[in-house]
Design a protein around this ligand. Structure first.
Ligand code: CO
Length: 168
């Protein structure tokens, strides 16, 4: 089932910090599958639960998008446990703020810890765009939107984007 995407910079659900999840359940697994379907249909590379109406700490992400080793991962209670001092500036868009794009400074490298849908603790070291996706999604869990961090913003509502995949 596809889910309705919450939109707007002042949207209450998007601005509310999300709660920790006790552990994976069958219901959450179904919800994660619905989130993945929605992310794919909307041509995003990440989606956080508050974007589809629930303030719980779960995200889905598509790492290495468009590459041979592309992988879709649901993450429960994702947490950045190491973050590089080195940063980089890159373009971001967001399914919840359609038609707006911005340059955002993010850490180049992170280690994210999370639980998978089998309740197993995982840790992943991610760099560059993959690290950007996770930082953007964890921001959603804290009620933070990329426009809050953007160094510059531009509107591009009418134009069909060539690179839809940087919608996070
Ligand atoms: Co977003």
């Amino acid at each position: 089932m596809s889910l309705k995407v919450e939109k707007g910079t002042d949207n209450k659900t998007l601005r509310t910090p999300s709660k920790e999840i006790a552990g994976a359940t069958a219901e959450l697994k179904n919800f994660a599958m619905d989130m993945i379907k929605t992310m794919d249909e909307e041509r995003g590379v990440g989606l956080a639960s508050p974007q589809v109406g629930r303030n719980i700490r779960m995200i889905v992400c598509k790492l290495n998008p468009g590459e041979k080793n592309e992988i879709i991962l649901p993450m429960l209670n994702p947490e950045i446990i190491e973050i590089s001092d080195a940063t980089e500036i890159g373009e971001e868009g967001c399914l919840s703020i359609p038609g707006v794009w911005g340059q955002v400074e993010r850490a180049s490298k992170i280690i994210v810890r999370y639980k998978n849908l089998k309740n197993q603790e995982q840790a992943l070291e991610l760099v560059h765009f993959n690290a950007r996706i996770i930082q953007h999604e964890i921001d959603h869990l804290d009620g933070v939107l990329f426009i809050d961090r953007a160094l510059s913003l531009k509107e591009d509502k009418g134009k069909k984007r060539k690179k839809e995949e940087n919608q996070i």
